[in-house]
Design a protein around this ligand. Structure first.
Ligand code: FAD
Length: 412
């Protein structure tokens, strides 16, 4: 009898591959026409497959329940992951921050390679939504789809989180698990854009590179990182913002303060020298026309307004005190966070199947034999940098191998 894999995303395809490699038959259920619909949009369509680091570094970048992942991540490490995809004919490269991408820069290559591999290995792909898991005598032994009931030796649930529901991850797996009495921890957005109280419509589309974004709670900086961010009509997004959001509590986003250091490479003294130089260079021009060498044009008006210097004052007449105010605005560009954008827009879902419900060494449910979980459906989530996909690959492999072993055991 075959193993059912519910969900043809990253974890599901990897679980199928591992079970097939162990010699099991696999039937994968996926209602989308395309497998890996979310995988195909990862890393802005380039797919940050993993992070080229040691397993303990992966675990350090896991936000919730990192201990649970110890066994699976050590069994299938980033090094194994890179070798695996290269073995499937997708060469990999490592970029800044040890982020690993396919050399082709095409996420579709990663998804297609896995799909072709499992199809060639004989995986049966059924384009149907699974509505329920059949349990008999405390064991998972089949699934119910719109096409009817189907018996299976084991069931692996890989239906993902609830973010970006357009890709198919709509929380079905959580609902099926809840109906079986399995604990699901509250689902919250993680790696999510932030809505600001500040007016940002006029800055929409402005992308800032090499800035430092800091988040404060009271006087304490809870996270400060350098990189790239983006202004939107509602507030801010981009890699720095998504990372920062993972350090903030969803329920009290408005209790934090945020600041951008627009010139993190220059200390105050060096920046002041630079300001003197630019103000002298444009001495005869209005102050508002003297910042073009220093700032993107979309930001100039905002900075001028914030520092309180008369925009029509001649640059040569800007006083030392006013220059200090300008410097302060550039080094401490304040933002007032209001809330997170919705779960739909989060890159990952925090919360999910309670890790206490799953054996970490096999990914099997503690309540039902033959029922396995893998990927984002589990209450684990990590920072940006390829860590979330590594979780999907590692837990997917573990679930696939364990389900195959279990199936052989029960079938004698
Ligand atoms: C925009 C974006 C960019 C990202 N970029 C990166 C990145 O570069 N690197 C990184 O590490 N992580 C990234 N992530 C996170 C990463 O994509 C996810 O953590 C990962 O895809 C989770 O894999 P999964 O297989 O658990 O779930 P998913 O990939 O969501 O797959 C779940 C699958 O289950 C199917 N399904 C759902 N319900 C049913 C049902 N009832 N029956 C049958 N099938 C069902 C869905 O259709 C879907 O195909 C990104 C996420 C987003 C949204």
């Amino acid at each position: 009898m075959s193993i059912a894999v519910i969900g043809g995303g990253a974890a599901g395809m990897m679980a199928a591959a591992a079970a097939l490699e162990s010699g099991a038959e696999v039937c994968l259920y996926e209602p989308n026409r395309l497998l890996g619909k979310k995988l195909r949009i990862t890393g802005k369509g380039r797919c940050n497959v993993t992070n080229n680091c040691a397993p303990e570094e992966i675990l350090k970048n896991v936000i919730s329940n990192r201990k649970f992942l110890y066994s699976s991540v050590y069994k299938f490490t980033p090094e194994d992951c890179i070798a695996y995809f290269e073995g499937l004919g997708v060469p990999m490269k490592t970029e800044r921050g040890r982020r690993v991408f396919p050399v082709s820069d095409k996420a579709a290559d990663v998804s297609d390679a896995l799909e072709n591999y499992i199809t060639d290995m004989g995986c049966k792909i059924v384009r149907a939504r699974v509505n329920d898991i059949i349990i008999k005598d405390g064991k998972a032994c089949g699934v119910v789809t719109d096409l009817g009931e189907k018996e299976h030796s084991a069931v692996i649930v890989c239906t993902g989180g609830v973010s970006y529901p357009g890709t198919g991850s709509t929380g079905d797996g959580h609902r099926m698990a809840k109906r079986l009495g399995i604990e699901v921890t509250p689902l919250k957005p993680s790696l999510v854009p932030i809505v600001l109280y500040d007016r940002t419509g006029h800055l929409m589309g402005l992308s800032l590179k090499n800035v430092r974004l800091s988040v404060y709670l009271g006087d304490k900086e809870i996270i400060g990182e350098q990189g790239e961010m983006l202004f939107t009509h509602f507030g801010i997004s981009g890699p720095l913002v998504l990372s920062a959001s993972a350090h903030m509590q969803a329920a009290s986003v408005d209790s934090y303060r945020m600041e951008i250091d627009l010139k993190p490479a220059l200390d105050n003294e060096t920046l002041d020298k630079r300001l003197i130089q630019d103000l002298q260079k444009y001495a005869a021009k209005d102050f508002i026309n003297s910042l073009g060498d220093l700032l993107p044009s979309k930001l100039i008006e905002e900075v001028v307004e914030r520092c309180g210097i008369d925009p029509r004052k001649k640059s040569g007449e800007v006083s030392k005190k006013e220059r200090a105010a300008l410097l302060d605005t550039l080094k401490h560009f304040k933002l007032t966070p209001k809330s997170f954008r919705s779960l739909d827009e989060a890159v990952v879902t925090a919360g999910g199947i309670d890790t206490k419900e799953i054996h970490p060494a096999t990914m099997m449910s503690k309540s039902y034999e033959g029922l396995f979980f893998a990927g984002e459906i589990i209450d684990v989530d990590a920072y940006t940098g390829g860590y979330n996909l590594q979780i999907a690959w590692s837990t997917g492999r573990k679930a696939g191998e364990s389900a195959a072993e279990y199936s052989f055991e029960i079938e004698g």
